[in-house]
Design a binder for this molecule. Structure first.
Ligand code: SAM
Length: 297
């Protein structure tokens, strides 16, 4: 199966991994700026070290900075964080190289997978451990930023599984959905669902495209049932022209902190946790999950 993030021409558009695979000189000027920021400050650790120093003075940045690949490092990123009072991101952190409408970028369906087979298998296994058993009466699940595949266990069914995404052809072909909605969340972050409606919300390799994440995470808290689970998973690949700049200029451990910050600053969630489910660290696509439950009171 074609990997959707390879530097290949797909549906008329070139797509790249998150960390540009092109030589520095070949990058367009904005990417050069991003790449040189990364080179000067160290691969992806600038944000995290600054944040950790600011937020958790007792933890010492070095243990986090070592590498997202060290066993247990990702889980530690969200342990005992003393979050700064103010949301630590700036408007420019949510800008993208390609600011054209997302509906144009996703206009043609892509019946591809965006992570490799071992990463998909790891995510499906994780889902089999945390999702309610198939066919449980009353259960409702929302898969945000979805396409033709949700990576749930084979044959998984629930009375209600809603999908959201930008390409109707993809959503129509997704076998788990009982309903779907096409909506550009960067234009309209209001989720078109009633309060306390869902037991679980999933979002796979897409949180990095959201330019209004706090609005969206607030909405997630609103539509989850009390105690409902939000599972945000990601790898180290993306359509980098469409990902927000704070994501493309930082590394895997930073991404865990960024998603954790979305939960924290949106409010209404338990302290977020991270888990590294990478199946073959350093050899195949990594896979990380940041999750939290809606507060019950
Ligand atoms: C890399 S694909 C991942 C699709 C799917 N979750 C998967 O695992 O294969 C990114 C997805 O994010 C969704 N997306 C990107 N930008 C979006 C936006 N502005 N509003 C809503 N969805 C968006 C698209 O529908 C697209 O399917």
């Amino acid at each position: 199966m074609v990997n959707g993030f390879g530097a290949i021409k797909l549906a008329g558009v070139y797509v790249y991994p998150c960390l540009p695979a092109l030589p520095f000189a070949a990058l367009p000027p904005v990417s050069r700026r991003i790449a040189s920021r990364r080179a000067v400050l160290g691969v992806g650790f600038s944000f995290l070290s600054q944040f950790i120093n600011m937020a958790t003075p007792n933890l010492g940045a070095k243990s986090f900075i070592a590498s997202a690949r060290q066993k247990g490092a990702v889980e530690k990123v969200l342990e005992n964080v003393e979050w700064p009072e103010q949301f630590p991101f700036k408007e420019e952190d949510f800008q993208r190289f390609d600011e054209s409408p997302d509906t144009l970028f996703y206009d043609s369906p892509r019946f591809v997978t965006h992570i490799d087979d071992p990463a998909i298998a790891a995510l499906t296994k994780y889902y089999s451990e945390v999702l309610p058993p198939s066919n449980t009466p009353g259960i409702a699940i929302l898969d945000m930023c979805s396409s033709w595949i949700s990576h749930y266990p084979k044959g998984y069914k629930q009375p209600r599984i809603a999908g959201m995404g930008l390409n109707e052809e993809e959503l129509k072909r997704n076998p788990v959905f009982t309903e779907y909605v096409v909506q550009d969340l960067n234009i309209d972050p209001k989720l078109p669902f009633e309060d306390n409606a869902f037991d679980v919300i999933t979002n796979v390799v897409s949180v990095d495209y959201l330019t209004k994440p706090i609005d969206i995470f607030k909405e997630m808290a609103r539509i989850l049932k009390p105690g409902g689970l939000a599972v945000i998973s990601f790898s180290n690949r993306c359509f980098w022209t469409k990902a927000i700049s704070i994501w493309t200029s930082t590394g895997d451990a930073d991404h865990v902190m960024i998603v954790g910050a979305y939960f924290h600053y949106a409010g209404g969630f338990e302290p977020p946790k991270a888990v590294d489910i990478s199946p073959n660290p350093g050899r195949t696509d990594p896979m990380y999950v940041v999750y939290s439950r809606k507060l019950t009171a």
